[in-house]
Structure formats: structure tokens, C-alpha cells
Design a protein around this ligand. Structure first.
Ligand code: SF4
Ligand code: SF4
Length: 112
């Protein structure tokens, strides 16, 4: 089964909880990440229009929390995102949800 993450980053607060949850779950050393928060902006592109987003992006160390999924739990990053920016599901579920969302979002799949 192929799983994916849906990240509705328009509502991301930049709190870093997903990074910390992932590191704690996998015991990654300082400086290595399964998911890393990036920041876009701030920069202005119109009179009243600004680009300023926090965007969490998975790395090659993300295993889609295989052990947690096998145990029937959500991935650590999804579980700890209090802003409910992140969602998890099968490829079909994630693509369906992303098509229904308004605002900025992205889908990430792990094909390993
Ligand atoms: S799914 Fe698991 S391994 Fe991947 S970024 Fe989230 S917490 Fe880390
Ligand atoms: S835990 Fe949620 S709100 Fe916080 S940085 Fe990660 S995606 Fe954004």
C-alpha cells in the first residue's frame, strides 16, 4: 500500500512540532531531519500582496512512520501538529482530499 502526507501549509504556524516529533520518534541526532520546516518570504509582489509561508518538507529519512502505521497509529508529525496542517492516508485518500482543499497545500509520497 502506498501512503502519503497532505500538508495544508497555508495554515502552518511555524511551530516546529512536526520536526521535533519526527526526531524523537526516530531518535535522529541533532541536525538530521525526517521533516524540515522551511520559510518562504516575506517578500512583496504587488501593492498589497505578500508571500510569507512556512513550508514543512520531508527528507529522504522519512519512512512514513512505518512502525507507527503498522501499529495502527498516525505518523508522529501528523499526530503532533496542533494546527491540523498535516494529514495522512493512502495515495488515493490523499489525492482526493487535496483536490477538495482550498488554499496552498502539497502532497508527499514515499515510494521506498
Ligand atoms: S511521516 Fe514520520 S518519518 Fe515522515 S516526516 Fe512524519 S514523523 Fe517523520
Ligand atoms: S507542527 Fe504543524 S503547524 Fe507546526 S510547523 Fe509542523 S506543520 Fe506547521
Amino acid at each position: 500500500m502506498e501512503y502519503g502526507l497532505l500538508i495544508h501549509f497555508e495554515w502552518c504556524t511555524g511551530c516546529h512540532a512536526c520536526e521535533v516529533a519526527c526526531r524523537n520518534e526516530h531518535d535522529f541526532p541533532i541536525g538530521k531531519y525526517g521533516i524540515k520546516l522551511t520559510e518562504q518570504g516575506p517578500w512583496q509582489y504587488g501593492k498589497n500582496d505578500w508571500e510569507w509561508d512556512y513550508v514543512p518538507i520531508t527528507t529522504n529519512l522519512c519512512d512514513m512512520c512505518k512502525d507507527r502505521i503498522d501499529a495502527g497509529e498516525k505518523p508522529a508529525c501528523v499526530h503532533h501538529c496542533m494546527a491540523e496542517v498535516m494529514d495522512f492516508g493512502t495515495k488515493e485518500e490523499i489525492l482526493k482530499k487535496s483536490a477538495e482543499l482550498k488554499g496552498k497545500c502539497m502532497v508527499l509520497f514515499n515510494n521506498k
